[in-house]
Every structure is written in structure tokens, then in C-alpha cells.
Design a protein around this ligand. Structure first.
Ligand SMILES: *Cc1c(COP(=O)(O)O)cnc(C)c1O
Ligand SMILES: [Zn+2]
Length: 402
């Protein structure tokens, strides 16, 4: 089956509202330095985006709703089978926690084991369509693996900058997938500085979180899928482990788009951010009622995808939390650890620390009364537990009861 044509119309600054030509390469807004979003001709998209048409599509990757995705020519819609991940009803935990409608969307089943593949698939596909051959990225590991996979798949190059304490498996994965890997002393922010420098020097294209307009478009497909998997309705609560926030920002945009094209009404899920107490800039900003977050000093957590001390999209994350009547919670690393083991032992699901953080988070939301027993809740299990073999080796012999 042939994908429908993209109805992309322009790029729009999410802050100062300046418009830019989508046919040119853009990173951040040239006027104010904030994040750009692709905007589509939704009237045109509406002509073919009916529930019936979508359900008849034999396309189970991020290009399923290609009218409102940014790649215009189908030969540039690359895929390694990312997306259309299952939503599991956590029946055992539901009984355990007193939640009847607790679900987990298992993003660990994506290529390279995390949902990073969605964003990088979109960014690399669109980048190649715009003539880009060299992509660079600072990463805690997973985004680098995903970029390497899609660069290889599209015949382009991945230049990856990563903290040197990143687990060995991720390092070898990136090299195996053909990525050009450079280890950097310090945190992802240090890797970002190095990446920026080399990118300028070599005329590469930097696909850092939200610093170009297309990764969030790949991630927004998670919202498309949740809605379709819930039979065109909306869950009450979405719990998302937040680092740079591409996913939460992308999904929040996606719900508006689905409403504009008439696929859903004005209902929205309450969006919840979970972070580690060792790096919780968004939780702090949300609790203080701020519109921007401050840099988190001495960020420290073994959930490396959440070790992001400063996010360029902070204002967009906080907007999604506030507009959706959501909230933000922090969980300790020790609680994430227990949650990983609980998901494995109670549900049979091997999750990453970041994904399991949502499970630790939901326990807090029950205690605080934010969720009630009949709410439908979707946790985002953002990565597979299988990419953290050291963790399981270390903890498997611990005897305390889960
Ligand atoms: C990157 C990452 C996150 C954080 O995602 P953002 O969209 O940047 O907030 C969460 N979980 C895993 C497994 C990741 O790799
Ligand atoms: Zn602007």
C-alpha cells in the first residue's frame, strides 16, 4: 500500500511565531532561538485521514498517518520497523496496586530497544530528503544507537558524542551499527558542547533533542497509536519519563493535530512527568509554578536517559503539564531499581530504568490521590531492560522479596 502524501506547509516557532520555509534546513528559530514545529495543511490532511481509512492501512510504522508526518516523498520514508508497539494491560500490577486500568506501552520493542528510534527515523529520513548526509548527536547512549541505525539504513553518516561512563553495551552497539563514536568526559551537556563545536567545523547537521524540527514528529506518533489502540478515545492519564522531553512535547502537539483533523474531541489525558530525584529540573519548575526550568547542578542518576540537567524545550514540557492539568513527580534511584524488578517479576516485562521509573511514579500518584482506581493510565515503558545487562547481573542475587 502506498503512503499518503505529506501535507506539511511550514515551520512555525513555538515561541515568537515566526514562520519558516519547510523546504530549507532549519534548526532553532532564527529570531528567538526557540523550538520550531512543522505545521500541516490540516484541511487537506482531513480529506484522507478518516478512522476508516487509517484502520485499513497496512502500514505499521511511524508513517501510518503520513499526511501529518514531515517527509514528502515516500521513497524517503525509511523504516526499520519502529512504532506500533503493543499496549499491555498490567493486570497483575493492577490487582497489586488497586488500579483496574493500568497499561504499559512497551517501547522496548522498537529497533535498538528504545523509543529513540521513532524520533531519529523521522529526523534522518527528513534530513536526507533535504540533502543532509552527515548527522551529529550528543547522547546518553540510546539516541546515538538509534541515529547510527538509521544513518546506516539510509546510507548517511552518524557522528555520536557520548559521556565516557555510558555502559559498554551501548558503546559497542553504536560502533556495530556503523556510528562514528567519540567519548566525552562529563555529562550529556559536555557531550553537547563537543558535538556543537565539531558540527560547526565539519558542516554536519546536529539532531540534538528539539534543536531541529523533526525528531519530535517521530515521537508524536506515540500519541497517534495510543488513541487508535484505545479505539479513538483518550486515556485519563499518561505517565512519561522525561529527559529532554521530545516525547511529551511531541505527543501534546499530536493530540491537537488529531483534534483539528476531526479524529478526537477536545478531551486530553493528564500528562505526568517522572524524573529521578538525582536530576529533576522539570519537577522543581512545575512545583514552583515556573514557566522555565533552571539548570540542575550535579545531575546524578543511573537512569541515564533522565540525566538531562537542562532542556531546551522546558517551556513546552511545562505547558503540556499545565494545560493538561497534569503533574510532575520525582522518584529515587532505589525506587526505580525496585520498580524494574517488580515489572519483571510481577508482569514478565523487562524494562529500562527510565521506563520503570513510571511504575515507581504511579505508586506516588496513588499515595497523593492524583489517580483513582478506575482511571485508565498509560505508562511509557521507553526502553527495553535487555540493554542493561549489568544491572540485572548485579541485582538478580539480591534476596529481598519483590
Ligand atoms: C531518552 C530517553 C528518555 C527520555 O526521553 P525524552 O523524550 O528526551 O524526554 C526516556 N527513556 C529512555 C529509555 C530514553 O532513552
Ligand atoms: Zn522564535
Amino acid at each position: 500500500m502506498k503512503n499518503k502524501e505529506s501535507c506539511i506547509a511550514k515551520l512555525l516557532c513555538t515561541s515568537c511565531k515566526t514562520e519558516f520555509d519547510y523546504k530549507e534546513k532549519h534548526t532553532l528559530c532564527k529570531s528567538c532561538g526557540k523550538v520550531l514545529f512543522p505545521i500541516y495543511d490540516y484541511e487537506k490532511a482531513k480529506e484522507t485521514l478518516s478512522k476508516k481509512s487509517i484502520q485499513s492501512r497496512n502500514i505499521y510504522n511511524i508513517w501510518r498517518l503520513s499526511e501529518i508526518m514531515p517527509v514528502t516523498e515516500s521513497r524517503f520514508q525509511f523504516s526499520l520497523g519502529e512504532g506500533w508497539t503493543p499496549i499491555m494491560h498490567l493486570k497483575n500490577s493492577g490487582t497489586h496496586l488497586g488500579l483496574k486500568n493500568l497499561y504499559l506501552k512497551d517501547e522496548g520493542q522498537n529497533p535498538t530497544g528504545t523509543f529513540k528510534s521513532r524520533g531519529l527515523c523521522a529526523a534522518v529520513s527528513r534530513g536526507l530528503e533535504l540533502g543532509i548526509r552527515d548527522f551529529s548527536i550528543p547522547t546518553a547512549g540510546n539516541a546515538g544507537a538509534a541515529l547510527s541505525a538509521y544513518a546506516t539504513c539510509t546510507g548517511t553518516n552518524a557522528h555520536v558524542f557520548m559521556p565516557e561512563d555510558t555502559p559498554k553495551l551501548l558503546q559497542s552497539t553504536i560502533i556495530a551499527l556503523g556510528g562514528d563514536l567519540e567519548l566525552v568526559q562529563g555529562l550529556i551537556t559536555d557531550a553537547a558542547a563537543k558535538c556543537k563545536l565539531k558540527t560547526k567545523k565539519n558542516n554536519w547537521f546536529n539532531v540534538s533533542t528539539l534543536k531541529e524540527p523533526y525528531r519530535a514528529e517521530g515521537k508524536k506518533t506515540m500519541a497517534f497509536e495510543v488513541v487508535e489502540q484505545f479505539n479513538w478515545s483518550i486515556p485519563d492519564v499518561i505517565v512519561y519519563p522525561t529527559g529532554g522531553g521530545t516525547g511529551i512535547v511531541g505527543m501534546w502537539k499530536a493530540f491537537d493535530e488529531l483534534e483539528i483533523v476531526g479524529l478526537i474531541g477536545s478531551d486530553r489525558p493528564q500528562m505526568v512527568t517522572v524524573q529521578s530525584s538525582g536530576c529533576a529540573p522539570m519537577v522543581k519548575a512545575f512545583q514552583e509554578g515556573k514557566k522555565l526550568a533552571e539548570v540542575w547542578e550535579n545531575a546524578k542518576t543511573f537512569a541515564l536517559g533522565l540525566r538531562v540537567p537542562v532542556a531546551i524545550g522546558d517551556y513546552l514540557i511545562l505547558k503540556a503539564l499545565n494545560e493538561s492539568n497534569g503533574t510532575a513527580v520525582e522518584v529515587r534511584d532505589s525506587e526505580i531499581l525496585v520498580a524494574m524488578r517488580k515489572l519483571a517479576k510481577i508482569e514478565g516485562i523487562m524494562q529500562s530504568p527510565e521506563g520503570a521509573a513510571t511504575y515507581a511514579g504511579i505508586e506516588k500518584l496513588i499515595d497523593s490521590g492524583f489517580v483513582s482506581s478506575s482511571d485508565s493510565i498509560v505508562l511509557f515503558g521507553t526502553g527495553s531492560g535487555f540493554i542493561y545487562p549489568d544491572f540485572w547481573e548485579k541485582t538478580i542475587h539480591q534476596r529481598e522479596k519483590i
